[in-house]
Design a protein. Structure first.
Lengths: 202, 202
């Protein structure tokens, strides 16, 4: 069985990468498997440990961080969330892809540990469009807008090593574009492995 | 303007690569520009030199071969046809892709002269399916079938350097897969060029 691939989806804040990822998985669930995350929050009614999340204490979470088990951790409010390397490996071994929505700094970490990971950068249609989306229209001073634009530029600087650049102009189009990348990457192969498939040897 | 890319589509005889290419361009004409080929046959009524073909004499064609102007030439019946490098460059410079259906040997020649060319190999669903498609069902001896299969294997051996492998199981699916590859390749970019677009410098 062919192994799956890891796709990292990143982009500057406010570009809509979360929405692209969510819509992509809603529309094309066959494109990737789902990793179960670790969290320090308590289970809600109906949530099962190991299915919806791995529910762990703060101390256990810290220990897992120390052991380098996480691909990425994020803090939301007072809780911590983490994606385990072992989860990613489990999905890949099932022949499924893994799609990770990750901050740009995190993307490079993934690439360092999983060199075959494919890094996708979601772009705003224009710098102005992104700034407007974040600061609102007309509610900020010019100085604030300029400060925000230079922050965006710094975020772009972190995208070194990203291979694909997808403009999120129309949301549905952006979803189709990311889908194309995932499908195309799945058709990359070596002649040796293809021949083995057809002729039983390479 | 971003330059287009060259896509070479090849595959063993009988795999249906011609049909895939034709359907792809019928359904998605925006994916690529059209090169005008050189031919030694005479114009049919309504055909215009430089629009439908460049109509040239045998001698002129031979001279163009000598000068190395062709990416590929093929002989059909008593006539010769050729794809000019200059035509490919003209389309690329317009920011459009070029799709070339080319024999496997030819694909490597293209890659040698245009290193950025993307080579796509169309695969049969199985070795048996391909052999059946070519020799017909039950009309050939086992020996003939075995000979044909070993020919196919030789054709596969020429696919070294091909990056994408597309199984032509259901024709419409194969067309969508090739479309995905072309779209995905169009989203590959360098951070430097992306930043130049957004910030006017890299």
């Amino acid at each position: 069985m062919k192994q799956g691939k890891v796709f990292v989806i990143s982009g500057p804040s406010g570009v809509g990468k979360g929405t692209v990822c969510r819509l992509l998985m809603e529309k094309y669930p066959f494109l990737a498997g789902t990793t179960v995350s670790v969290t320090t929050r308590s289970p809600r009614p109906g949530e099962v440990d190991g299915v919806h999340y791995y529910f762990r204490s703060e101390e256990a979470f810290d220990e897992m961080v120390k052991q380098g088990l996480f691909l990425e951790t994020v803090d939301k409010f007072t809780y911590r969330y983490g994606t385990l390397f072992s989860e990613v490996e489990r999905i890949l071994a099932e022949g499924k892809n893994v799609i990770l929505e990750i901050e740009m700094k995190g993307g490079k970490n993934v690439k360092a540990r999983i060199p075959e990971a494919v890094l996708i950068f979601i772009l705003p249609p224009s710098l102005e469009a992104l700034t407007e989306r974040i600061v609102g229209r007309g509610s900020e001073t010019e100085e604030e807008i300029r400060r925000r634009q230079s922050e965006v530029e710094e975020e772009f600087d972190q995208a070194d090593g990203y291979e694909y650049f997808v403009v999120n102009d129309v949301l549905e189009d952006a979803v189709e574009k990311v889908k194309s990348i995932i499908l195309a990457e799945g058709m990359k192969d070596s002649l040796a492995s293809v021949k083995k498939n057809y002729f039983g040897r390479n």
